[in-house]
Structures are given as C-alpha cells and as structure tokens.
Design a binder for this molecule. Structure first.
Ligand code: ARG
Length: 292
C-alpha cells in the first residue's frame, strides 16, 4: 500500500515536471485528474502574474471589471495604485503588498467587498478613478488643492514628508542648494510639483521613484525629491546615497474617489474610522515601518 502511494506521488511529480504519462494502471482516474490539475495550476498563476505586472495589460483587466466598478456595493472594490512605492505598495513575488494594500483589504472586508488591485503609472491613477476603471486610488497619494479639483479624498490615514536624497559626498545640504541643479522626481508626484518651484532647476521625471534614485547613484542627476519612507527603502537598495536631514514639506496621504462617488467615499470614511479606533491602521503601519 505504501509503495502504491509513493509510486502515485512520484507519478504526479513526474507528470508535473515532464508531462509524461506514467502508465500506472493502479492510478484511479480521479487521482490522475488531480495530477493534471496540479500541472495546470502553475501555468495559470504565471498568466495572472503577467497581468498584474504589465501596466498595459492591467489596464485591460480594469476594463473587464468596469461594470462591477460602477456598482461598488458588495462585489469588487477596485483600487488603482502604482506598486513601486515601498513600504506603501510594492511587489512581493506577483502580489502587491504594503501599507496601502493591507489597509484597502481591511476596508474592503468592512464593506463586504473583494479587493482588486490594479497597478498602473502614478499619473494614470486619478484618470482611472474618474473614468470608473477603478473605484478608488490608494497610492501614498498626498491631498493637494490641485487634486481636490478633480477628485475627493477620504480622511487622511497617515502623514509623510518630502525629503532630498543626494550622493554621500554631495555639497547640497538642503533645499536652498538645489537651484540650478538637476533634480530627479517621480512623474506627477508632489516631489515633481515642488521641484518645479525651485529656481533654475533642471527636472528629470521618471516613471518610478527607484529609477530616479538609480540615476542619482549613477551620477546622472544631483538630487532626488521624494516621500520619506520610500526614500529610505530606495537609498538602502542603492550605493553611496544619503537622505538630507531637512524635511521641507509635510503631507497627508488619503484615498482618492471620483467626485460623483460620494456614497463610496462615505462608506470608506466610516470603515477608516472603525479601523483607526480599533488600532488596525496603526498595526498595519507598524508592520511595515519600524520606529527609529
Ligand atoms: N505622495 C506623493 C504624491 O502624492 C507620491 C506618491 C507616489 N505614490 C506611488 N504609489 N508611486 O504625489
């Protein structure tokens, strides 16, 4: 009996590895069907991974859920994000994890909905929310006057600051030294907006914050302006960079909604209130950000 089990297991392993027939007469049809399923599963999850990783394809996926996005009661809650912003949203394998992802999942659970995450360029998030491709934008997104013209924001769930990253031996010691310098930013972010106010600065816009940081490490630019927590993550992954002490702007992060979707905004605000009161939000933040 033992032998039979082992040979069946071997058969399954071999099938998975090589898709060869085992010719084992003892294997019951049901069991061999299981084995076939096992071999199919990896292929399917690879497809799924591709869909979440490629921005172009995830746009398609968003379209598919459009009908659900229009009626966000029960069903699916589609969150638009830009998942290159650790510790708020980033990939762990083919999964988007981080503070925003977990917080959104907790909100969805409160609303009895299933969270679906759509990864896209940061500057596509507000258009996605406004076109109904997504129900909400959760992306370490700062509440600004300009954005408030186009979207509504939930209650803020955390604060952040903009910081300056430079090479370790840089002469730049603060914002005052940035005029006339080459500054890297993530396209469409508040760092981008602040950099554009600096006199004579030459602004290089990158689709991902880490690309700006890499350009700085390679000596192609003089500084990067970006949010403090991702700055720490990016600097730890590059060589020879430091974050200046001076934090020159404090911001609040909140969830963005289409102007005409006040119903969902109110539900999410109520969920955020509960999740704040019971300590869930703070626990999620503490999981990803260790106090200094
Ligand atoms: N807080 C900044 C902003 O709202 C940067 C956010 C970038 N977020 C992201 N997921 N890439 O503009």
């Amino acid at each position: 009996m033992k032998k039979k089990v082992i040979s069946m297991m071997l058969c399954a392993v071999m099938t998975a590895a090589m898709v060869t027939g085992c010719g084992n007469k003892e294997a019951a049809p049901a069991e061999s069907a299981d084995a076939a399923e096992e071999t199919e599963a990896p292929a399917e999850s690879t497809d799924a991974a591709e869909e979440t990783e490629a921005p172009a394809e995830s746009a398609d996926a968003a379209e598919e859920t459009e009908s659900e996005a229009e009626a966000p009661t029960g069903g699916t809650l589609v969150m638009a994000t830009n998942a290159y912003f650790e510790p708020y949203e980033y990939y762990e394998g083919d999964q988007v994890v981080g503070i925003d992802a977990e917080m959104a999942a907790a909100v969805a659970e409160k609303l009895g909905m299933e969270l679906e995450i759509e990864d896209m360029e940061f500057d596509s998030i507000i258009p996605a929310v406004n076109s109904g491709k997504a129900d909400m934008g959760v992306a370490g997104m700062t509440v600004t006057e300009d954005r408030l013209v186009n979207v509504n924001f939930s209650k803020p769930y955390t604060t952040a600051t903009q910081v300056i990253i430079v090479q370790e031996n840089s002469e730049i010691t603060g914002k005052a030294d940035l005029s006339g310098k080459k500054i890297g930013v993530q396209l469409g972010t508040t760092g981008d907006i602040f950099a554009s106010d600096i006199e004579g600065a030459d602004i290089e816009q990158y689709n991902k914050g880490m690309d700006a940081v890499q350009a700085l490490a390679n000596g192609m630019i003089d500084a990067v302006i970006i949010d403090n927590e991702p700055a720490k993550q990016f600097v730890s992954k590059a060589e020879g960079l430091k974050i200046l002490e001076e934090e020159f702007i404090t911001e609040e992060y909140a969830i963005a909604f289409a102007k005409d979707n006040e119903e969902l905004l109110e539900k999410v605000n109520a969920a955020l209130d509960e999740l704040t009161a019971d300590g869930t939000i703070q626990a999620i933040i503490d999981k990803y950000i260790t106090a200094e």
